[in-house]
Design a binder for this molecule. Structure first.
Ligand SMILES: [Zn+2]
Length: 765
């Protein structure tokens, strides 16, 4: 009897799948491609070493450099010029000797001799708006870029330096050995750009009414490049798109502006008593205890008076910041200012907004609350926000710096705004405040890997947006049940991933060289992480691992492998196939149902059954047979049972072959047998999520892990034994895998109106 049982299994497997032999052949042929999709990422990853371990954590030899800045900055508001005198103290924590230092001169991207305009393909349009023609052909380009007045050591001696476009190499008087510090001083000035007309991530916006400017300043000082174990000096040129790689350090910055300006920026305001009025001090103290509503520090009425005249006096604002990778500030006499307190663990953090009257009524309602909400969500997902404040500044862009960011969202002149403007503003504030974590604190190299900050941040933004709607439901429009997030849900990336492959690059591509930047560096990685969380790993494993990554690398410099490795190390989920498919290729998901066969179970063999019994040298009456619908004997089997629902179960056929003790182990009695073949026209391997609907109306979900594709990349089959009749099967019913073609996701095939039919019915209407 034991032998018989074994035989039955073998027979079940072979006879059940008429494709069995073809499958094996196919597996042999396709072996090489399948192996690739599940092959571990040893060739793509750098070898773990003393700096970075195989677990994805910093190793025992991990080091990072430090750059401390003392700066005196002055804005010449009449001429829109910025002057700076800075002293950089550079600490060499690496084990290496350094002969020179590299300093980033990002403003040179706007210099007249910049090569940035030369790398974009351009053509002549037969019809061009005259203002564009003026800008393109009649005007000299903006005269931007750093004017370096001198580079000296602390004793005042000139240091030899070489400027190669946006990078400056400073020669050291003697080798800077491991553990040593070197201080030097740079004096500079530049013409500030109008970021609305000329573009850019910083500059001023000009308001003709009262002849005023709002300055949002960044990349405004020569900044140290990163030196580390991965790149040596990260001195890849700034072309304008790829953002920044910066070491951590401490900043003491004195900023002199017209006395009627309101200013805020990275760091503690050291001389608050000097620059605040008594009223502002009172309101500030009130704001520190206001946890629900922002308190106005400068009101709209006050700002509207201030912007009508211009003070000839000057004021210096002193800011001091520890362990930040960059410094930004915003200043204008147009600013309103509000703040509220946010409790994070034991600590209070201030959520702050700076905006002009042009931002209202939207900004006074939602800016500071968006900041507060972001601080809560991101702290929960990663680690508590370590700084004392987070500022959102109203400017027509979206850009981030430590503790301060610049965000769009402006109502029209009458104060009306669309849903799109409102949600756009809340989303950009959440996004840019979120950048405090990625990359300002979890300090990845933006110049090289855009997705490491934008992708992780856009993923977290999605969660923060959903939280925001829960905490501030009044912000939602009546027709919205949840926050209408643009990026995150799997179905939103389908159009991009299923699009023209000529214009898609893998996520693991330097930002400068990618097509469809937003989809590539923001949308797709954010969606990939969302799919990992929702579908592949589940919330518990994902959230634990994501938090582990953030905590391992806060105030440090992670690489992509550090992220990939940590996510696996902390979860015990092998994700190499996922990183490989989603991050290293442009493959997309398309899984479908190729065929569903239905079988009747019977004791009477057809010719095929008899042939198999003979082949295995068995008595035909000792076997149980599965006859496919439509095959010889199927109708007879149904007829002898009366109806399909009266077919005996497989159990009834084989009971006699087993002892009563053995029979006790038979717990199920399936009556309906199906063989479902799944096809995979898409290149990505993904789990198969199946929903069975039964004749009694009930449903059941089954997920076949991705490894089902490991031996056959094109198609796989599953034998389904059921005690209820299956009437339909749906794949990925909640659209969670970014399947680009859902027309093959249902059995029986859903008959949908063709576009032509819809067109016809429209014409008839
Ligand atoms: Zn961003």
């Amino acid at each position: 009897m034991k032998i018989f049982k074994f035989f039955l299994c073998a027979l079940l497997l072979t006879s059940f799948s008429t494709y069995a032999q073809d499958d094996e052949k196919a597996e042999r042929q396709q072996g090489h491609t399948n192996e690739n999709k599940f092959k571990q990422l040893y060739e793509e990853f750098s070898t773990p070493n003393v700096f970075r371990t195989g677990s994805g954590a910093p190793g025992p030899g991990y080091y990072q450099q430090q750059a401390d800045y003392k700066m005196d900055i002055e804005i010449d508001d009449d001429n829109a010029k910025l002057h700076g005198d800075e002293t950089i103290t550079y600490t060499n924590n690496s084990p290496d000797d350094l002969n020179y230092l590299w300093v980033q001169l990002d403003q040179n991207m706007r210099a007249r001799d910049s090569k940035t305009p030369l790398i974009s393909s351009s053509g002549i349009s037969p019809a061009t708006v005259s203002s564009r023609a003026v800008k393109s052909y009649l005007k000299e380009s903006f005269d931007g870029g750093f004017n370096i007045e001198h580079v000296k050591d602390v004793s005042g001696k000139d240091l030899p330096h070489t400027i190669n476009r946006t990078m400056m190499r400073v020669e050291l008087p003697k080798v800077l050995k491991s553990g040593e510090k070197f201080s030097f001083q740079i004096k500079w000035w530049y013409n500030i750009n109008d970021h609305v007309k000329d573009g850019g991530r910083s500059g001023y916006e000009y308001f003709e009414e009262n002849d005023n400017r709002i300055y949002v300043m960044a990349q405004f000082y020569p900044r140290m490049a990163v030196y580390n174990d991965v790149e040596g000096w990260q001195n890849s040129q700034f072309w304008g798109r790829d953002e920044f790689a910066l070491p951590f350090g401490n900043f003491d910055v004195n900023i002199t502006v017209p006395a009627d300006h309101i200013l805020d920026g990275t760091g503690y305001l050291v001389n608050r008593e000097d620059v605040f009025t008594k009223d502002m001090m009172k309101r500030f103290n009130k704001a520190k205890k206001s946890y629900d509503e922002p308190v106005m520090i400068v009101t709209q009425a006050e700002a509207e008076i201030t912007e009508k005249s211009k003070s000839k006096k000057k004021k210096t604002w002193k800011l001091s910041a520890q362990m930040v990778r960059d410094f930004g500030f915003a200043t204008s006499r147009k600013f309103l200012w509000d703040m509220m307190a946010v409790k994070l663990g034991e600590k209070d953090v201030m959520a702050v907004s700076l905006y002009s009257k042009e931002g209202n009524p939207l900004w006074e309602q939602w800016s500071t609350k968006s900041v507060a909400s972001t601080l809560r969500t991101y702290s929960r997902m990663t680690f508590d926000y370590p700084y004392h404040k987070a500022i959102s500044v109203h400017a027509p862009m979206g850009m981030e710096y430590p503790m301060i960011c610049y965000n769009f969202g402006r109502p029209d002149k009458d104060g009306n705004y669309s849903d799109r403007t409102k949600y756009g503003m809340i989303s950009v504030i959440i996004h840019e405040v979120g950048h405090n974590w990625f990359p300002m604190i979890v300090n990845s190299d933006e110049r090289q890997w855009t997705w490491m900050d934008e992708g992780l941040n856009t993923f977290s933004q999605y969660i923060a947006e959903q939280d925001f709607a829960e905490w501030y439901p009044a912000a939602l429009s009546p027709s919205d049940k949840a926050y209408p997030s643009r990026r995150g849900p799997a179905k939103n990336i389908v159009r991009y991933m299923g699009g023209n492959q000529d214009f898609i690059a893998p996520i693991m591509t330097k930002g400068l060289n990618t097509y469809q930047f937003g989809n590539n560096a923001y949308g797709k990685p954010a969606t990939a992480l969302n799919i990992l969380r929702e579908t592949i790993m589940g919330h518990d494993l994902f959230d634990y691992s994501f938090k582990e990554y953030a905590n391992r690398w806060k105030f440090k410099h992670p690489t992509p492998e550090d992220f990939f490795r940590t996510m696996e190390d902390a979860s015990a989920v092998d994700l190499d196939w996922f990183w490989r498919g989603w991050f290293y290729t442009t493959d997309y998901t398309d899984i479908g149902i190729k065929e569903v066969k239905r079988f009747a179970v019977t004791g009477t063999p057809n010719d095929n059954g008899k042939r198999l019994a003979e082949q295995y040298n068995r008595d035909p009456s000792s076997l149980v047979y599965f006859i496919e619908e439509g095959a010889e004997g199927y109708d007879d089997a149904i007829k002898s049972a009366g109806t399909i629902d009266n077919l005996p179960t497989v159990k009834e056929y084989i009971m006699d072959n087993f002892s009563p003790k053995e029979q006790k182990e038979f717990k199920t009695a399936p009556q309906y047998f199906y063989e479902v073949t799944f096809e995979k026209p898409g290149g990505l391997v993904m789990p198969i999520i199946v929903e069975f609907t039964y004749a009694d109306g009930t449903k059941k979900r089954e997920t076949y892990p991705v490894q089902i594709w490991r031996l056959n990349d094109k198609q796989v089959s599953k034998a389904i034994a059921s005690d209820k009749e299956i009437i339909s099967i749906a794949l990925d019913p909640d659209l969670e895998t970014a399947d680009v073609d859902t027309t093959n996701n249902a059995w029986p095939k859903e008959v949908k109106d063709s576009d032509f039919d819809k067109f016809k019915s429209k014409v008839r209407d």
